[in-house]
Design a protein around this ligand. Sequence first.
Ligand code: IYR
Length: 225
Amino acid sequence: MSDTAQFTPLEFPRLEPEEQIARSRVFCEEMKHRRTVRSFSRDPVPFELIENAIKTAASAPSGANQQPWTFVIVGSADIKRQIREAAEAEERENYANRMTPEWLGAVAPLGTDWHKPHLQDAPYLIVVFMQPYGLREDGEKIKHYYATESVGIAVGMLLAALHHCGLATLTHTPNPMSFLSEILKRPQNERAYVVIPVGYPAPDAQVPNIKKKPLEQVMVTFLDP
Ligand code: IYR
């Protein structure tokens, strides 16, 4: 055992088996109704919903507990406009020249194109930044372990938390995303990871008719009889 580790008793309320099954069914049903939304209402969202979802995301496990993330909340109309303009410029280039025919074919069922009005319509954008390394006060770099995986886990928890409180989200990566570091004035050790517009769906919002794979295709078991 390392000589720096310190321990505290675990708080773990052990549930009755019936309660576990009931909760797992309710949660699964709830999460199955989550859809990626690309058409947002301009209706305002209580800021506490965003803050609590970020607190949930920030409780995620991370490599060496280094918490290699920053969540930037953008509610300013002017900054949302700047982000939309820069993202649309990249996406125009993506659709016209950077995405291969194979890639365009893969996303065709989603019906997307370079127009990104949701970046202005959604009341909030959550821009998640990953820190591949930390910076000490004296400028020394501290390596972060499994930063990509850690931020992916936190973003998953963030999407679940936002869905749970009745908000719609879009997971958007308008690559290359260095414009986000500039607009949002992030330090050199942070890389934009994803932009998440958050809000209510527009009343006439539509979603593509796509399905998740059945369990048999995604789950493999090795069990004792
Ligand atoms: N970034 C583009 C294209 C795009 C790529 C993937 I992979 C998607 O799942 C959806 C879209 C866009 O946001 O339109």
